[in-house]
Design a protein around this ligand. Structure first.
Ligand code: KE4
Length: 427
């Protein structure tokens, strides 16, 4: 019997490139037919054949309180009933800005946008405008959205396609982008020694999630902070994914390092399009209409999206939220590792807050090169065995996974049971 997913995928490809609105959804890295989702609730979602899956992408991070949380849905319904968008300021934007500044103390002023790409693109422009410098530093394997000057050896979709640089990005647009190795402290020292006074900013995922999960070493981030301060370079933490995901205050709270600008997204929209960039007030003062750095957006601070984000930010502040989330994610990774060991499969995992990485490798990778050396084919076979068993992992060996507050012990146990069968197929 033809799956409705097959029928929908064939139809989708007639009107949309690859049949998807974001490349990683096309299953090109793992093969097979993408599942067209019809509804979601808690830790689950259902595909066009009405098959239920335990969901471990959670919309790539936003669904941290679980899908269709009644409090969030009601906040959205109430806001929508008052109108969808005004193109004028609202009290809700003030309230979410105050909440973000309270939860992320390095953020003294914040500007709301509609995607992580907009947030990082604007942060780069701000850093260049504030310093008068052109050069930027990013790290191979990190993905910061698809702004031209950042699509250089990006991770995520591009890494999955094995295409280190996107077509359509003129050489001129990337000649100021220096791509260094993640966690290579010496290389960072050398780059600053060589051209530190030309570098407008360093942008980094302080916990990388777009080459699979790779933690920054404390020394790497501490050195980055010291060098940026020494050379007057703006330090941008891209916490679009790890913000409010690895801890309430994000990776900067875990590492105790204060960036100059932070990019946020995903969780702060609760599933609707809210992202943000913010930081030192003296830097944000360069932003139009106050200063010369231009940035704008028709739907920036959209009242319905802000309602979803604000209700999510309130829910994640409930007592024990991160203790529980961290415990469940650790249970998942420990259970999967034990199941692999019993099956004799070379596998390991890492968990930080509500985010995890799964690696068909002997040790947890600390670099892009190490991730690339992991066994992608085994991951792809594991992915499909788990999908067939009703567990939906990220459809790429180069993505992180996400747990929600609704992934309770029964859900984790069911996942580990499915993994026992999947690992047995690999042995
Ligand atoms: P968006 O423009 O997709 O909202 O955010 C871009 C972005 C920026 N920074 C980080 C650290 C990110 O992880 C992202 C987007 N993450 C991917 C997941 N690998 C989104 C999924 C997709 O591209 O469809």
């Amino acid at each position: 019997m033809t799956s409705n997913n097959d029928t929908l995928f064939a139809r989708a490809q007639l009107t949309t490139p690859g049949g998807v609105n974001s490349p990683v959804r096309a299953f090109r890295s793992v093969g097979g037919t993408p599942r067209f989702i019809t509804r979601a609730e808690g830790p689950y979602f259902w595909d066009a054949d009405d098959r239920r899956y335990i969901d471990y992408i959670g919309s790539w991070g936003p669904a941290i309180v679980g899908h269709a949380h009644p409090t969030v849905v009601k906040a959205v319904q109430d806001a929508a009933a008052r109108g969808l968008s005004f193109g004028a300021p609202t009290q809700g934007e003030i309230e979410i800005a105050e909440e973000i500044c309270k939860l992320v103390p390095s953020i003294e002023q914040v500007r709301l946008v509609s995607s992580g790409t907009e947030a990082t693109m604007s942060a780069l422009r701000l850093a260049r405008g504030a310093t008068g410098r052109d050069k930027i530093v990013k790290f191979e394997g990190c993905y910061h959205g698809h702004a031209d000057s950042l699509l250089v050896k990006a991770g995520s979709g591009l890494l999955t396609f094995g295409n280190p640089t996107s077509a359509g990005v003129p050489e001129d647009f990337v000649k100021h982008t220096l791509v260094l190795d993640y966690n290579n402290t010496q290389q960072l020292e050398d780059a600053f020694k060589d051209m530190g006074d030309q570098i407008a900013c360093v942008i980094v995922e302080p916990v990388a999630g777009n080459m699979n999960l790779v933690r920054a070493t404390p020394e790497f981030l501490q050195t980055m902070r010291r060098l940026c301060t020494q050379y007057g370079t703006v330090l941008i933490f891209d916490e679009v994914m790890c913000g409010f995901r690895v801890a309430l205050g994000g990776a900067q709270a875990l590492y105790g390092i204060k960036p100059d600008i932070t990019a946020l997204g995903k969780v702060i929209g609760g599933g609707l399009p809210v992202a943000a960039f913010g930081g030192r007030a003296d830097l944000m003062g360069h932003m139009a209409p106050l200063g010369p750095v231009y940035q704008a957006g028709t739907l920036s601070g959209n009242p319905v999206a802000v309602a979803a984000g604000m209700s999510t930010l309130k829910l994640i502040q409930e007592p024990g939220f991160y203790t529980n989330l961290t415990a469940q994610t650790s249970k998942l990774v420990n259970g999967l590792s034990q199941a692999a060991k019993e099956a004799g499969v070379t596998f390991c995992g890492d968990a930080i807050g509500g985010m995890f990485g799964l690696y068909f490798a002997a040790t947890v990778p600390g670099s892009y090169a190490a991730v690339m050396a992991s066994n992608k084919d085994l991951f792809n076979r594991f992915f499909h065995a788990m999908l067939d068993a009703g567990v939906y992992l990220a459809p790429s060996a180069f993505e992180a996974g996400f747990v929600s507050a609704q992934h309770d012990d029964a859900v984790i146990a069911a996942t580990i049971e499915a993994a026992r069968g999947a690992f047995a197929q690999l042995a």
